[in-house]
Design a protein around this ligand. Sequence first.
Ligand code: ADP
Length: 557
Amino acid sequence: MEVRRRHAQTPVNTAGKGNGGGLSKVQASDALPLPIRHTNLLFSAIFMASLVYLMRRWREKIRSSTPLHVVGLAEIFAIFGLIASLIYLLSFFGIAFVQSVVSSSDEEEDFLSHAKTSACSAPSPCTLLGPSEVSSEKLPEEDEKIVSMVVDGKMPSYLLESKLGDCRRAAGIRREVLRQITGKNLDGLPLDGFNYDSILGQCCELPVGYVQLPVGIAGPLVLDGRLYYVPMATTEGCLVASTNRGCKAIAESGGATSVVLKDGMTRSPAVRFPSARQAAELKAFVEAPENFETLSMVFNRSSRFARLQRVHCAMAGRNLYMRFSCSTGDAMGMNMVSKGVQNVLDFLQDDFPDMDVITISGNFCSDKKPAAVNWIEGRGKSVVCEAVIKEEVVKRVLKTNVQSLVELNVIKNLAGSAVAGSLGGFNAHASNIVSAIFIATGQDPAQNVESSHCITMLEAINDGRDLHVSVTMPSIEVGTVGGGTQLASQAACLNLLGIKGSNVDTPGANARLLATVVAGGVLAGELSLLSAQAAGHLVRSHMKYNRSSKDITKSVA
Ligand code: ADP
């Protein structure tokens, strides 16, 4: 606190002096009509002239035996001038002397207090500020006290929201604590303009602000006979423009169509038995068709939207992995499926007392990691999206030809990815579009890993004139309720697509529609990027849209 106050004063003291930060004190002499140098010279001259005149007069009086106290008018003026100039000179030099003594002791105090601060700012967990980066933002006194308590470790930062009952205030205090501990300026990270209540206990803990991302719109995407304006949050230049071009090619060819093959979120607990034989007994039990009804009844108690579809097991020695798959309505469904799995584990424990539950999530699920099981079996929504792009549109909009595109796709997306040993990466840049739509619509961006699995197929049809293009994406994990979907910005983007919240008539329809829009966006993105590569335009367009033309040295300065 102390150091921040000092820092705030410095610009006032040094204003206009251009002396690099030295203190400039206001003096009484600043009020004189003449420059101080001239005034001093004037009074010195008056003093000397009066003194010399009076000395001469007194010498003459002594010689002529005239009493000294008998004075003429000229002598009276000389005496007055002598006294006045003496008073001025004494005041000026005397006060300057006193000021110099006082200011030197002030400077000593400044130096001592600065030395104390410097000693405290040696790198340590309680480090206080790097003054050059510290903002002069002032908190109310009461909040300053709370800041000190958190800095001193007397109050945990994570308790601020519950103790204060005011999420915005808690974030402001936490931010100030961070500023004091690190000495780093957070000015570019906004604090205001965000509803911190909306993330409490659901989206983000220990908030200190929010990151801004631009949202661009690609479209209209003509998909299954409807028009969608697709929101994409990204900082990658070219991406929205390129997807937009793909949307145009699709629209001018009559639109794309999609089909949802599967809709099921998965969770796979890992359990261990004393022997592999016992583990195999449980595997046989959960996979037996006659037990499915019982298991699904237990599982479905977790939510009115959770419906068990299948349990797929795998073993590793005496460890058993049971991959539960269920529909989850309009929620992406991780919480829902986890609750259902917990219900089943509790139920099984009675009949299989030797079962040791190692973890509710044993990575056979598989969440947020590349895994063949998702690529082959699917997770979330499995979608295929296709379109036929007319020869004329390929030439006019995509600036290439059908044959070049088909050849490029085989060599790059199929053979090239096979050479790379790719897992679900038989595409040009599906993850670009998936991530941008995920962030804009409040999905979990980490699920981009499996949601971007995609194989892009291009074929020449109608005697080689037109292009059949498709994307097959087995693991698109999206929801329109829960998680980040309820935040204001993200909900606005879902609203733009007409799928905000839950679908009352057909639970799950909104989330499935979002998955098809993601696949449609990927279709557009694939078409455009492949065309740019086929036509050799890629580097040129990236130079134009993706590389800043600003003078970076100026921005840094
Ligand atoms: P997730 O399971 O994706 O993590 P949440 O558990 O955060 O999602 O959100 C799902 C919640 O939303 C559940 O409490 C569920 O009852 C509720 N909900 C309301 N409408 C729907 C719907 N149409 N589909 C799915 N869940 C819904």
